[in-house]
Design a protein around this ligand. Structure first.
Ligand code: SF4
Length: 98
């Protein structure tokens, strides 16, 4: 199974007392394909919900979501899909305009 790095908070390196222990992303042992559904209808909806369920038990959810917003990522990140993140951005834009 492939492993992917989904946030800047998860990396590889020597562990020493000077280096804080980094939380492990919940998706580290998941199939990366789970987080990149094809489409947003039918079976893809089930896949999206499965990916979001993984995110909900992830200690990095908040920073992962922020990174996905900053980078305009595709797929499921930080417990959100692309539609969720578009709504978050629209809401933020409306708040800034008010
Ligand atoms: S929030 Fe989801 S996509 Fe992001 S690191 Fe955690 S499990 Fe992976």
């Amino acid at each position: 199974m492939r492993t992917i790095v989904r946030t800047e908070h998860y990396g590889y390196g020597a562990v020493s007392p000077a280096v804080p222990v980094r939380p492990r992303p919940a998706c580290a042992d998941e199939d990366p394909e789970l987080f990149f559904p094809i489409g947003n209808t039918g079976p893809a909806l089930v896949q999206i919900e499965e990916a979001k369920a993984v995110c909900r038990r992830c200690p990095l959810m908040e920073s992962c979501l922020q990174g996905a917003l900053d980078r305009n990522e595709l797929g499921v990140w930080g417990g959100t899909d692309e539609g969720d993140r578009r709504r978050i951005k629209r809401r933020a834009a409306r708040r800034r305009a008010a």
